[in-house]
Every structure is written in C-alpha cells, then in structure tokens.
Design a protein around this ligand. Structure first.
Ligand code: TNX
Length: 514
C-alpha cells in the first residue's frame, strides 16, 4: 500500500516537473522562456550552460545550413568558427523518427550543441531555435562584445501544420528585391515556410513575361497614387526563389485572374472583349476588371504566363487568385476556371486560390485560401484549406482606431486577436486534419516603405507563426505575451520598426539564461 502511495507521489512529482518545464509554464529558475514559436517539447538542464568561444567549431552534414549558421555567428561574435567537431554539430542522423521533414532535436550541454534532423529543413529550423537561445546581440550586423551563452536544454520539435505562410502584395506599392529578401528573412526567423508573392493586380504587373513584354514595361509602370512602379526581371525572380529556398521557404507566385487584371488589360488591347486597352489605374478600388472569358486570346495569354512563371518556380503551387471577380458573370467565371485550371495542371502546378474559386472545381487537390471571418462557411469542404481569416491573420488591418496605416474592413487586429484563436476549430465543419495551415497576408494599399511593412508585420507575424508551428497544447496567451516581449530587443538590434502593443510586456534586455 505504502509502496503504491510513493509510486503515485513520484508520478505526480514527475508530471509537475515536466509541466514546469513546458514552454507555456511560468519561467523556471535560471531560465526565461524566449522561444517563438513555442517548441513541442522543452526540457531545461538546470545549471548547464554552453559558452561560445573563439575556439568553437561548427560541423554540418548540410553545407547550406552550416554556412547560414556560421555566417550569422561570425557577423556578431567576430569568432572564426572553423569547420570541426568541437562545438556545434548539425547532423542528418539520429533524429527522432517522428521529427518528419521539418522537425529536429536540439541538445545543449556544457561542452557541445547538437542539432539532429532527418532533412536540411529540420536542421534549419533547429538553427532558428538556437539563434533565439543566444543573447539578442547575436542579431547584430557588427561584432559585439557579449557573453555568448546558451542555456542547457533538450528540445524536440516539429510543426503542427505543413503550410505556414506570409503574403506580400508588391503591386499596390512595388517593393525592390532587397526589401523582399528582408521580408523572407523575417519569415525564416519564425519558421514560416511559404512565401506567397502577390505579383499582379489592377494597379500593376510586377514580373517580366517574355512573350508579353508590355505587361511589365507598361503594366508595371505605375502604382497606387500614380508614382513610378516597377517589376522584377526573370533574373531577379530566380534570385528571390533561390534566396527563399536557402531559408527553407517555397515561393508561391500569384497571378490574380480573371478579376484584378486592369494592368494586363491596359497593356494589351486584345485582352479586352471590346479590343480597346484600359487606362492604367492608380486608385484602390477592387472588383471592376475582368479578363474576357469568351476569347481564345485570353487562354493563349494564360498559357504563356503560366508556362513562363512555372518554368522559374520549383515549388509545386501556383496561386490563381480568383477573388472579388465582381466584373465577371458567374457563368464567365466558371468558363474561365474550366479553361485556366487545366493550364496549371499542364505545367505541373497544383492550384491555390482565394476560396471563392473552389466552387468551380471538383479537383480534390485544389487548395482554397479561406479569407472570410465566417466560421460557418461550408464551401471549402472536401479540400485541404489554408486559413487567412482577416479578423485574425490580415497584416494590413489597423491595430486600433489610432493606427495611421492600414484598413479596417476586417476589424481592428491587435496582437492578441492575431494569436488567440485555434486554426483547428476555426471552421465549424472542417476538422484539423483538413487544415493545411495558416497564412498572414500583407496588402499594401496604405503600406509604402520598409518601415511601414515592418510596423504591420511585427508583432503580429510571430503570432500567426506560432499558431502554424506549435502544438495547441502549448497555446497560452499569458506565456506567449512574455516570450514575444523578449523579442523586442532583438527587433531593435535588427532595426525593425515594430508596433509596441500595450498588450505585450516589452522587455529591456531579456535574455535566455538571465
Ligand atoms: C481584399 S483579401 C482583397 C485585396 C485587398 C484587400 C485589402 C482578398 C482576397 N482581396 O484585393 O487588397 O482586401 O485588405
């Protein structure tokens, strides 16, 4: 009897100890949780600390991820971090079976740091975690004199959802290559893995198409407000695809059709049903333009565009838009999709579209991106869904009435609104198994400069990233707000202009191990 009692007590103590080390619990002594997204499992090795020194070496089974880590650490520590087995090892062996393609295990002891994964993507994610365990100074672009400590931990981690995305609208206001790269870098920090690149709309066509050159040179010439626009050459497009790939991010290009096409209609008269080119448009209205669904020229155009984009896009997805086609009759919308979707298939791409397109197809592999706040909508049943509810996930909504940038048709979205919902139960009749993931879109009608982009992304993007990555068992606003607050100093060092939401206890110098 007594033995049984002791056994129960021992179990209870073990469970309590495990709970106190869970990422959603109160800070354990000697360690302040700092990780966003929260890992699936975290154990603190109390009293254990690894110290990075000038003699620390890095070994990686994947050269790309090894170089990524070495470059990051050399920049801020100034240490040589040569190739070798004494220090940090990134290994493509020995990972837990359930780590999958993106999961990893991270062990930090007094003498070494080891990341184990099945695939380079998992090593990359483990490196992002390690980055957050180092002091914020690790984000400095210049050498700093800091105490480069990493708290002793064992972390096993893997994503909840396969699709964790962010979208950038480069049409309403064009963004140069370096700004797109910064956007991708910031996605990578939070383990996002799909960059949805909104490339065409009424106000501009932002990518070179060799068979229809005026799309870029004429259609890309302006932006909202009438200023000069811009477009990406094919070389620049490929450069961004490669940059993203090196950060475990797949590019999903969007060519929005059949609505949101004024820039194309202004570039080529033959795309219009009446054969007359439209004027370029620099306002912010939606729902007034349409490709001509009854014309063969339209489908020759779609074929050329999809072929040229598909050729430069290694990822399996092509986003066809399909939203707000208010200037296309329902019959024409159906007729258009009946012709356009097989063209995507012909070039080997799986369609993603704003969710209204899904009623036009019976292809079970077609993926709707759900952008309504209505939780009772059944139109997406039978498909895997990407969730982008505007009242939670839109990065272009104002934080509150006083926010200068942004729109408010989806409501005001402060960081708690971004965080405190469950993608697995959001749609009443769509179970978690049918949720591919989440995505945070940034539309840019009011968003112009890099500072504007940062202000709308931070701190909301990390909230969506945590919903996409972390098991719901770790979900806790009280934990998240403290962990998020600890990222403020990192963003300051990175020069990121973020919204200092009153909902978050922003910390001065809040570090792992302190
Ligand atoms: C609706 S969301 C749109 C965009 C606008 C956005 C502004 C969606 C599929 N379409 O054309 O830029 O609202 O928030």
């Amino acid at each position: 009897m007594r033995a049984r009692y002791l056994f129960v007590v021992a179990i209870l103590l073990a469970v309590t100890a495990a709970a106190s080390q869970a990422p959603n619990s109160a800070p354990t002594r000697g360690f302040t949780p700092v990780l966003v997204p929260a890992p699936a499992s975290l154990q603190v090795r109390s009293g254990v600390t690894f110290m990075l020194t000038p003699s620390t070496q890095i070994h990686s089974d994947d050269a790309g991820v090894g170089d990524f880590l070495a470059q990051l650490l050399r920049r801020s520590t100034g240490y040589p971090l040569e190739e070798g087995e004494h220090g940090i090892s990134l290994l493509l062996s020995g990972a837990p079976a359930d780590a999958g393609d993106e999961g990893y295990r991270l062990d930090v002891s007094d003498t070494e740091i080891v990341v184990r994964a099945n695939k380079p993507a998992g090593l990359f994610n483990g490196v992002q975690t390690l980055r957050q365990l180092l002091p914020p100074d690790v984000e400095s672009k210049e050498v700093r004199d800091a105490s480069w400590t990493v708290p002793g931990v064992t972390i096993t981690d893997r994503p909840r959802f396969e699709h964790r995305g962010a979208m950038l609208d480069v049409v309403r206001h064009f963004q140069p290559v370096n700004v797109v790269k910064d956007f991708i870098d910031r996605m990578a920090l939070y383990k996002l893995n799909y960059f949805h690149w909104h490339l065409t709309n009424d106000q501009g066509w932002r990518v070179e198409i060799e068979s229809w050159p005026k799309l870029a040179t004429v259609g890309g010439s302006k932006q909202v407000g009438g200023d000069r626009g811009g477009y990406y050459t094919k070389a620049q497009y490929r450069e961004i695809v490669a940059y993203a790939a090196a950060r475990n991010i797949t590019v999903v290009p969007e060519i929005d059709m059949p609505g949101h096409t004024n820039a194309a209609l202004a570039s080529y008269p033959e795309l219009n049903c009446n054969g007359q080119a439209k004027q370029l448009y620099t306002g912010v209205d939606v729902g007034f333009s349409s490709l001509c669904a009854g014309s063969e020229t339209t489908y020759a155009f779609v074929d050329d565009v999809v072929r040229e984009i598909a050729e430069m896009t290694p990822g399996p997805y092509f986003h066809i838009g399909g939203d707000e086609a208010n200037a296309t009759s329902p019959a024409d919308y159906q007729a258009f999709m009946d012709r356009a979707l097989p063209i995507l298939a012909k070039y080997g791409k799986t369609p993603i579209g704003w969710h209204e397109f899904i009623r036009t197809t019976e292809d079970p592999s077609a993926i709707p991106q759900y952008w309504s706040a209505d939780r009772g909508d059944d139109s997406v049943l039978g498909h895997e869904v990407i969730l982008s509810p505007p009242n939670h996930a839109y990065l272009d909504m104002k934080y509150n009435r006083g926010t200068e940038l942004g729109l408010n048709w989806g409501g005001y979205v402060d960081v708690r609104d971004s965080y405190d919902w469950n993608p697995g139960t959001f749609l009443v009749n769509v179970g978690e198994v049918s949720i591919r993931g989440v995505e945070a879109p940034l539309w840019t009608e009011t968003v112009v400069t890099p500072d504007d982009i940062e202000y709308m992304m931070f701190p909301r993007l990390p909230a969506i990233a945590e919903l996409g990555w972390s098991p719901f068992a770790t979900h806790s606003w009280d934990s998240f707000r403290v962990r998020l607050g600890s990222h403020g100093p990192r963003w300051e060092i990175m020069g990121i202009n973020f919204y200092r939401s009153k909902q978050i206890p922003w910390s001065g110098r809040h570090q792992a191990g302190s």
